[in-house]
Design a protein around this ligand. Structure first.
Ligand SMILES: Nc1ncnc2c1ncn2[C@@H]1O[C@H](COP(=O)(O)OP(=O)(O)O)[C@@H](O)[C@H]1O
Ligand SMILES: [Mg+2]
Length: 268
């Protein structure tokens, strides 16, 4: 079991404590006594990866942070405030999380619309974001497949999420459905975003190489009931390029994690 240190002087950006989840009035607990704490590192940000078998509770944890679900027990705080209807974080899913009946421009500016920002102002901000996402020229197209490709739709979702809140990006297997080349491009786009905004990214993936390439901290979740069993600190340079995947330490980390994942699932 991973012990998240309880340092009173530390400011946390994400704080889940004593989480329990039951869907049958406490007969079975899918999650029990789970803590998950991410320290706030303003101006630096961090890239936290969650891995674990299907059904281990990864998506559920992201849904708590996003405010899409409340746990049966425990508290969920973002920036020291309980997550509620006013304090939500948007999320990027594997399936395209855009609204297909709206244009790219409307999708990206959606959160600003809810915040009451004028159309002129939100179109301006959305266009800046669209440019940053490499989507210029597509702003008036509907955010739907096949008008836009899978990679472009994920760019729309990331841009929308960043414009809503550039501090936290929640991503649930966001590149799982993309072809290899697009996936690699999206990974590098995400590293660029990370260098620019320094957000705290919580990222779920099944791809170990992707986890090591992107992550600073990798946490492995085990089910029945869900709890974190491993924390791997990725000791690679902050600024990464694709060539790092050929380096000894990168390859060692991938093997180390692969072995731990196999061990975790055989010891139950
Ligand atoms: N509405 C629900 N009713 C009962 N069980 C659920 C419900 N939603 C999720 N679960 C269970 O919670 C567990 C964790 O699910 P999930 O967070 O989706 O896992 P992961 O994303 O790691 O694959 C799974 O065992 C799943 O079957
Ligand atoms: Mg899931």
């Amino acid at each position: 079991m991973i012990d998240f240190k309880d340092n009173k002087d530390q400011k946390n950006i994400i704080e889940l404590r004593g989480i329990g989840q039951s869907y049958d009035n406490g007969e079975n607990w899918i999650i029990k006594n789970l803590d998950f704490i991410i320290e706030d590192k303003p101006a630096q940000g961090q890239f936290v990866v969650i891995m674990g078998m299907s059904g281990s509770g990864k998506s559920t944890l992201l849904r708590y942070i996003a405010g899409l679900q409340k746990p049966t027990e425990g508290s969920v705080k973002v920036n020291d405030k309980p997550v509620d209807d006013e304090n939500r974080v948007s999320m990027v899913f594997q399936q395209y999380s855009s609204l297909p009946w709206m244009s790219v421009l409307e999708n990206v500016g959606l959160a600003l619309k809810f915040q009451g920002v004028s159309k002129e102002e939100r179109d301006k901000k959305a266009m800046e974001m669209i440019e940053m996402m490499g989507l210029k020229g597509h702003e008036h197209k509907f955010a739907q497949y096949p008008t836009l490709s899978g990679g472009q739709l994920q760019r729309v979702a990331i841009g929308r999420s960043l414009l809503a809140n550039s501090e936290i990006l929640l991503m649930d297997e966001p590149f799982g459905a993309l072809d290899v080349k697009t996936r690699l491009q999206m990974q590098d786009l995400l590293l660029d975003i990370w260098n620019k905004f320094h957000p705290t990214i919580v990222f779920v993936t099944h791809d170990i190489s992707e986890a090591v390439y992107l992550g600073d901290d990798i946490y492995i979740l085990k089910s029945a009931p869900s709890h974190f069993v491993e924390h791997i600190k990725v000791d690679l340079p902050f600024s990464r390029g694709r060539e790092i995947k050929r380096e000894k330490r990168f390859i060692e980390l991938v093997h180390e994690i692969e072995n731990r994942m196999v061990d975790i699932e055989t010891i139950s």
